[in-house]
Write a protein that binds this ligand. Structure first.
Ligand SMILES: Cc1cc2nc3c(=O)[nH]c(=O)nc-3n(C[C@H](O)[C@H](O)[C@H](O)COP(=O)(O)OP(=O)(O)OC[C@H]3O[C@@H](n4cnc5c(N)ncnc54)[C@H](O)[C@@H]3O)c2cc1C
Length: 397
């Protein structure tokens, strides 16, 4: 038997975009159902960065103090070690934001915070362990979604469906929206290495590919950026990886030597976007509209900014009526150029990030510029910390 539900806005996907949109609409008195396929927020790594502008939004929502009680690390500058030479990539200390730091928080802790704040609203429902696979249509208009959960099929009818289900969205294709690839030059290898007390590595180490080290307390989580398609999980691939890491970070060579190929998890990176973000009755936001690469660590911020713009533009419409395609187009218009600029910069960054260069080779041109003109790190700080176009909530309640 199918459970029938009805709401104002059905959001598919409880990631940064979906949950932030839910909370911002709830604060405007809109009824929201979020449908998330996982039982919890522990998923494949999708970034732990909470940007200074996102922290301003948390302050707008009255959640900043609570956010700061959760486990986190603050970074006023992103530094970078190129074969042992220290450089600053981005400086947040001059931003016009409340907190002038990039904060690292495991994404599940951040999403728990937003979901808990949403759950305080009686008009909110979160359907966990429920995968959406189909759309409900009234004629040509999307009028809801059908998912499968622990108790069987659920049909959610809504005045607006928002697809925030990320870059592998199923329902985007069902609505006839097919993304085009911009470029995918890199993948990420993801593995843990043991940590002995007092041991430290620079956050980013580079030279022949890139190593990002996240200190998880009792172990180091490593994200190693490699050229796309270079990893097939063979012992030969593993040997190449260990050799590359030993060249970039000789101090990490011992810890990595113990790894087996099965300890290494491949995270595929895609850079894509939709030409149109909407059809009648349904809007795509976040990675569903424009899959971002990890380059620059900005995808979460962009997804959240999409959500905020959508809530500001569509919230007042949803209070009294049904959003038209003209309303949905307004959201796309507002957010298209910031995502295009960001993807353009990410494409330009990918080459230097994964290029094989010898230790004695000159620094890549963009890194030389940052080294020789330190004020440029305020510009990169603004790009990473705020983005091409920031969004505020301006809630009146
Ligand atoms: C390896 C990697 C590392 C990255 N690192 C960073 C970083 O450090 N900083 C940064 O800012 N960005 C990073 N990014 C980019 C960032 O992860 C994305 O841009 C961001 O997560 C997009 O958020 P979203 O809410 O749109 O989608 P997602 O975070 O992908 O969330 C989508 C949600 O929808 C759910 N879902 C999917 N399909 C269904 C369905 N059919 N039914 C119900 N639920 C569904 C998923 O379970 C998920 O919870 C990284 C990306 C990759 C690939």
């Amino acid at each position: 038997m199918t459970t029938e539900l009805e709401t104002d806005c059905a959001i598919v996907g409880g990631g940064p975009a979906g949950l932030m949109l839910a909370l911002a609409l709830l604060r405007q008195g809109i009824r929201v159902i979020v449908i998330e396929k996982h039982a919890d927020f522990l998923r494949d790594f999708r970034g732990d960065t909470i940007h200074p502008s996102t922290q301003d939004l948390l302050a707008d929502l009255g959640l900043l103090d609570e956010f700061l009680t959760r486990p986190h690390d603050d970074m006023p500058r992103v530094t970078f070690s190129w074969y042992g030479n220290e450089l600053t990539l981005a400086d947040f200390t001059h931003l016009p934001t409340r907190r002038k730091v990039m904060t690292f928080m495991p994404q599940w802790d951040f999403l728990d915070l937003i979901a808990e704040a949403a759950a305080q609203h009686p008009r909110f429902t979160l359907l966990r362990s429920t995968r959406v696979g189909e759309l409900i249509r009234d004629g040509d208009r999307v009028a809801g979604v059908v998912g499968t959960g622990p108790d069987g099929e659920v049909a959610v009818r809504a005045r607006l469906v928002v697809d925030a289900s990320g870059r592998d969205s199923d329902i985007r294709a069902a609505a006839g929206l097919i993304p085009t690839g911009v470029a995918s030059a890199m993948d990420v290898l993801w593995f843990r290495i043991a940590k002995t007390s007092g041991e430290r590595y620079p956050f980013i180490q580079a030279g022949s590919g890139l190593i990002i080290t996240i200190d998880r307390g009792d172990f180091f989580q490593i994200a190693h950026v490699i050229p796309a398609g270079a990893w097939h999980g063979s012992d030969a691939d593993l040997a190449v990886m260990k050799d590359r890491i030993a060249r970039i970070s000789p101090g990490m060579a011992d810890a990595v030597s113990a790894l087996a190929a099965s300890d290494v998890h491949l995270l595929r990176v895609r850079l894509e976007r939709l030409r149109s973000w909407f059809v009648d009755g349904m809007l795509c936001i976040g990675d569903s509209a424009h899959a971002m690469s990890p380059a620059g660590g900005v995808g979460i911020n962009i997804a959240i900014q999409d959500a905020v713009a959508a809530a500001r533009i569509l919230g007042p419409v949803l209070r009294d009526g049904i959003p038209t395609t003209a309303d949905l187009r307004r959201v796309q218009r507002r957010r298209t150029w910031p995502t295009w600029i960001t993807q353009f910069v990410q494409r330009r960054m990918q080459g230097p990030l994964i290029a094989e260069r010898a230790a004695e080779a000159p620094l890549p041109f963009p890194l030389r510029m940052l080294r020789d003109h330190p004020r440029l790190t305020h510009v990169t700080g603004r790009f990473v910390g705020i983005g091409a176009r920031s969004e505020r909530l301006q809630l009146d309640q």
